[in-house]
Design a protein around this ligand. Structure first.
Ligand code: ZN
Length: 120
């Protein structure tokens, strides 16, 4: 079984990782004190990563307003469902808002079966 995670939790851990990476990059910048240009680049990259994380957090906030709060039938805790299928944030019980998919095996691709936007 693939390690699926509740989407909002997953994005949140991604944002957290970005902050962490940002600080690590800035920390490495300190080793280049002799080369101010390199240090500044590291600091900027670190800052960029932290700014990106802030944007992701903001995005989670937007997503949360769209997510539907449900009570998980498995563990009885409230969780948020994003898209057609999502996972309980507490016990990883697959949840669906689409009655058509009820009882079917959990497959994240149900979220993506809209016609893919070609582009670039
Ligand atoms: Zn649950």
């Amino acid at each position: 079984m693939k390690p699926y995670k509740n989407k909002i939790n997953r994005i949140r851990s991604f944002a957290l990782a970005l902050i962490f990476i940002g600080f690590v990059i800035m920390y490495f910048g300190i080793f280049f004190k002799k080369y101010p240009v390199v240090m500044v680049i590291f600091m900027l990259l670190g800052l960029l990563s932290i700014v990106a994380s802030t944007i992701v957090y903001f995005w989670i906030g937007m997503l949360s307003t769209k997510a539907v709060q449900v009570v998980c039938p498995n563990c009885g805790k409230p969780t948020k469902v994003l898209g057609r299928v999502d996972m309980c944030g507490h016990c990883r019980e697959p949840l669906t808002l689409d009655p058509e998919l009820e009882g079917k095996e959990f497959d994240e691709s149900y979220n993506r079966n809209r016609p893919a936007r070609e582009g670039k």
